[in-house]
Design a protein. Structure first.
Length: 329
């Protein structure tokens, strides 16, 4: 640090402020110090910084699987927000989202020295049964923290309502639903909201059909739906299953949206390039990640627990070519 200070023509205290990403340094001075660091190959001593500040500059993330679009985008949102605040990410995957696996993963993260932990609760988990060591801030993403932890999630129920109402407003007598797995938090909320929306509208509630988030499961269910002449509108719980449904309908000779309208959920980047372009519900994963990190940093910096409860991230309906007015029987 003294060598950097001499080369940059500043005090060691200024070098320390730059190394710790403090804001009370003029931009020209900061650039000069950073240039000196690069020239000398200077790397801050993380252990010494942790002893001095009580922080490690790392946020831990526990996730069940990264082969699902929602989990990957959630992790990306958290990583982007953490990096903007000068924090890195330490990821621990679990083979099953059970209490024992989560407790073990939490222990591994805390032994690696993290300042806080985000649990991506893609499957239903009873937070009351977790036995997490005290003292490390925790935020639940894509799930419900109950009375134990603050939580952040997209407006799953609101999105399903928007999708179902959109199809009803187009004149369809009812809406069939391709749901996600029953043990998924988001799938449960979307399924329940779809049903409640139909019931409030006084419409028949068809049999729910469960997929596993993959296009293949949507394709298999789509083959079944294509054989039912009364099916005119389908709400799939994610875009990948919607893609499979559309493929099966096309193969059966049922036009989308001429014969059957299809709406998805997520707004994957590829959804605009489906044939036809997919009407879907857009989730703001980046905003969700920012809120998770903001909640953790509030606890880390203020050294006080965050307010419990759910922070809901708004969603929006994106209308494209896969939905159209009902043509009648």
């Amino acid at each position: 640090m003294a060598d950097v200070a001499r080369l940059a023509g500043v005090s060691p205290q200024t070098v320390s402020r730059v190394a710790n990403n403090r804001t009370n340094v003029e931009e020209a001075t900061r650039e000069r110090v950073l240039a000196a660091m690069r020239a000398l190959g200077y790397q801050p001593n993380i252990a010494a910084r942790a002893l001095a500040t009580g922080r490690f500059g790392t946020i831990g993330v526990i996730s069940f699987t990264l082969n699902r679009y929602g989990n990957v985008r959630t992790l990306d949102g958290i990583t982007t927000a953490a990096r903007a605040e000068g924090f890195s990410i330490s990821l621990v995957g679990v083979t099953a989202l059970t209490h024992q696996e989560v407790n073990d993963a939490f222990t591994r993260l805390t032994t690696q020295a993290v300042d806080g932990v985000v649990i991506i609760e893609s499957e239903v988990l009873d937070m009351r049964s977790l036995r997490l060591p005290p003292g490390v801030p925790v935020v639940i993403s894509d799930g419900h923290g109950g009375e134990e932890f603050p939580a952040v999630d997209s407006d799953q129920a609101g999105g399903a309502r928007l999708a179902t109402e959109h199809l009803l407003d187009l004149g369809h007598p009812t809406v069939w639903h391709v749901a996600g797995p029953p043990d998924s938090n988001s799938a449960r909320h979307r399924h329940a909201s779809w049903r409640q929306t139909l019931e409030r509208a006084g419409r028949p509630v068809p049999q729910v059909l469960f997929g596993d988030w993959t296009a293949e499961s949507g394709y298999l269910i789509g083959g079944y739906l294509a054989a039912l002449p009364e099916v005119s509108a389908v709400f799939a719980a994610n875009d990948q299953m919607a893609l499979g449904v559309i493929r099966a309908l096309h193969e059966a000779g049922r036009a989308v949206p001429g014969d059957v309208s299809v709406v998805g959920f997520d707004d994957m980047p590829e959804s605009a390039y489906f044939w036809p372009g997919l009407t879907t519900i857009r989730q703001d994963f980046d905003q969700g990640g920012r809120i998770c990190v903001d909640i953790l940093l509030e606890q880390i910096r203020m050294r006080r627990p965050a307010e419990k409860g759910m922070r809901v991230v708004p969603v929006e309906l994106v209308v494209r070519g896969s939905s159209a007015s009902w043509r009648g029987a």
